[in-house]
Design a protein around this ligand. Structure first.
Ligand code: FES
Ligand SMILES: [Fe+2]
Length: 326
């Protein structure tokens, strides 16, 4: 399948979930084009509020993202039709005065929410609310954003990479473990929840502000299907790093990663070092994940070889994704 092409019917179920499509800061006075699940969308602001439409004018199919925003409406660049935040057409310049605007002259409005500095869109009807992290609004935490980081890989491949413990010393030697002292991955108890699952492990973690120090940390992972991970890295002294990770399905072969990161220590430290560290890790991962074949995650467990224990989270993820898409 060509990048950017429409997704197959099998992925229709993904329309009913929230996916981040842009940084809120990228959404200013001008419309912004984005792609989600192979569908072109346009984002714009009406009175400060983020609005998402399908990026297609009902008149002649022009991309509304080529237009502009004027008096609380988005204006199509071809014949100047204007659409307000509800999607209603409020002006057709070529119509003689007194002629009514046809009721069918509407933009196709999508569910859109702004949170954590990201703009989320749902193409269908949201099955669950956005994942709530109260710490991100707590002044005891300093929060920063990562992304957008685009990968030529399926979103599910990207998600599995984030929760894959066994790859850490091999793909990230000297940063997240060492190849000559890579411990076996202990079998994880993976707890299934409603549309999610949870596991945790202990890991020797290098202090990212002071790389000479390491601590044995508790790492927790809550995978919220289809493409969200809530992850905590808890230090023995109670310091916490909280990650809310998203990998957006742009198409079946393209994904964009975003992560909201909060920490309750080093509040006076700028996040630059943490961001540089994570981006370096992600770049090491990108080369590997973009090499995987097939590009989309095979959900049939017979298609790849799993080892019970270390691959338990991946086995459950594939099973649950199969059920979600069925
Ligand atoms: S195509 Fe949009 S106004 Fe004509
Ligand atoms: Fe990695």
């Amino acid at each position: 399948m060509k990048p950017g092409a429409a997704m197959s019917d099998a992925t229709r179920a993904l329309h009913d979930y929230w996916h981040p499509v842009a940084l809120a800061s990228a959404l200013g006075d001008a419309p912004v084009a984005a792609t989600l699940l192979g569908e072109a969308i346009v984002l714009w602001r009406a009175g400060g509020q983020a609005v998402a439409f399908r990026d297609r004018c009902v008149h002649r199919g022009t991309k509304l993202s080529l237009g502009w925003v004027e008096a609380g409406a988005i204006v199509c660049p071809y014949h100047g039709w204007a659409f307000d935040a509800t999607g209603a057409c409020t002006r057709i310049p070529a119509l003689a005065e007194g002629r009514a605007i046809p009721a069918r002259a509407r933009a196709d409005r999508l569910h859109c929410e702004e949170r954590y500095g990201l703009v989320f869109v749902c193409l269908g009807t949201p099955r669950r609310p956005l994942y709530d992290v109260p710490e991100f609004d707590d002044p005891a935490f300093r929060v920063h954003l990562l992304g957008p980081v685009p990968w030529r890989a399926g979103a599910a491949r990207s998600l599995e990479n984030f929760m894959d413990e066994a790859h850490l010393p091999w793909a990230h030697p000297g940063m997240l473990g060492n190849r000559d002292s890579a411990p076996p991955v202990i079998t994880r108890d993976v707890e299934e929840e409603d549309g999610a699952f949870y596991f945790e492990c202990a890991s020797e973690v290098r202090n990212r502000f002071d790389p000479t120090k390491t601590t044995l940390n508790r790492l927790t992972y809550r995978i919220v299907l289809p493409f969200t991970i809530y992850h905590e890295n808890i230090y023995p002294n109670g310091d916490r790093v909280i990650d809310l990770f998203f990998t957006t399905p742009v198409s079946e072969t393209e994904t964009v990663r975003y992560m909201v990161v909060g920490r309750n220590f080093g509040l006076d430290q700028p996040p630059d070092k943490l961001i540089a560290f994570t981006l370096k890790i992600w770049e090491q991962d990108r080369v590997i994940i973009e090499s995987q074949s097939p590009v989309e995650l095979p959900l049939d467990l017979h298609d790849e070889l799993h080892v019970r224990g270390p691959d338990n989270p991946a086995i459950l993820y594939r099973r649950m994704m199969q059920a979600l898409l069925a």
